[in-house]
Design a protein around this ligand. Structure first.
Ligand SMILES: Nc1ncnc2c1ncn2[C@@H]1O[C@H](COP(=O)(O)OP(=O)(O)O)[C@@H](O)[C@H]1O
Ligand SMILES: [Mg+2]
Length: 330
């Protein structure tokens, strides 16, 4: 994809949460490095998948991009403006263009509001009239595959898949250019997941909206993403075009993640060797030195415990942060 249609450009993003530790009287505040120096771009109309195990910092990245969490440092450039340096008041002008779809639509939808109230709320806040709201709500329900008469229903009267469609309709209300989809399928039955995935795909084709698609499910991410970024302990380990990443992963962590995913082709599946990683991901309160993955890495060598690898272009827009590759040496 051409560089000139970059929509969101994230550079050196960090988010450290202060954590109180120590005894009752000797309070010490340490930092939990939820996101630690993350750099990536999302182009207009593109889907960037963000994968990684639970706790790797995906949600925090999404919230920092949207300024729902204020980053500790780093830039989030949207159409030439650094959102991270804007005040809440200045941000208001950008909020309509940047939306979010959450994992559990039930938690994010007010149970006392009808579908009409839920979808029209952002429009009302931006000064739409009653007539405009009515027309737009009917249009949006139609767009997401719900019937106009459902406008009078409450969230509990919808099925899980319908509720997620409602969440999508609300996110679309103000014609966003960028939507963070944070595990949008994880609360849904497998049979419903494909429908919502196809809906998101259709909407992108129709409206040219870009997605940051967060998921721990590598198969889902493969289906919808143009490019994929792999996170581990607050850092991006690898970013590449979708097929490149799935077919020729360079990072030992990506290789291990992918080795655990079943392959539809029975001949390939028969030869699949699962790479088992020792131990659990370490705590972001006390991340390992050097490459944060080195204590679990089957290919680690001496330098990995002291040298921090850089996320650099190894070849053809394939970025990897691993000392096995020359490009990652500082
Ligand atoms: N508000 C918060 N305060 C303190 N720690 C947090 C907060 N939100 C997330 N974390 C921690 O940051 C790390 C990354 O969390 P998160 O971004 O939710 O990861 P993921 O979405 O990949 O599961 C985790 O260790 C989590 O416990
Ligand atoms: Mg999360």
């Amino acid at each position: 994809m051409a560089q000139d249609n970059v929509l969101v450009e994230v550079t050196g993003l960090t988010k450290y949460f202060p954590i109180a530790s120590g005894g009752l009287f000797r309070k010490k505040v340490t930092e939990l490095k939820a996101v630690d120096g993350v750099t990536f771009a999302v182009h207009q109309g593109e889907t960037l998948g963000l994968v990684g195990e639970s706790g790797s910092g995906k949600t925090t990245v999404g919230k920092c991009v949207l300024q729902l969490h204020r980053p500790t440092s780093g830039e989030v450039i949207f159409k030439g403006h650094d959102l991270a340096s804007l005040s809440e008041k200045q941000l208001r002008a950008y909020r309509p263009k940047l939306q979010v779809i959450f994992q559990d639509p039930y938690e994010s939808l007010n149970p006392r509001f009808t579908a009409y109230d839920i979808i029209s709320e952002p429009m009302k806040l931006h000064g739409a009239t009653r007539t405009e709201c009515r027309e737009r709500v009917a249009e949006l329900l139609n767009i997401v595959g719900l019937a106009p008469y459902m406008a009078e229903r409450y969230p509990h009267e919808f099925s899980g898949g319908q509720r997620q469609r409602l969440g999508v309709a609300r996110a679309l209300a103000l014609q966003p250019e960028f939507i963070v989809c944070d595990e949008p399928l994880s609360a849904l039955d497998v049979s419903i997941q494909a429908q919502v995935l196809n809906l998101l795909d259709d909407l992108q084709r129709q409206f040219g909206v870009a997605y940051l698609f967060i998921s721990h499910d590598l198969s889902v991410v493969r289906h919808i993403s143009h490019r994929v970024a792999v996170m581990y302990l607050g850092k991006i380990m690898e970013i590449a075009p979708r097929d490149t990443l799935y077919e020729k992963p360079l990072h030992p962590y990506t290789q291990a993640l992918l080795s655990a995913v079943p392959v539809p082709d029975p001949r390939v599946e028969a030869k699949r060797q699962v790479i088992l990683l020792p131990g659990e991901p370490p705590s972001p309160l006390n991340p390992p030195s050097g490459c944060v993955f080195h204590p679990r890495c089957p290919k680690a060598f001496e330098a990995c415990s002291s040298v921090v690898p850089l996320l650099n272009d190894d070849r053809d827009a394939h970025f990897v942060a691993c000392l096995l590759y020359k490009s990652s040496w500082p």
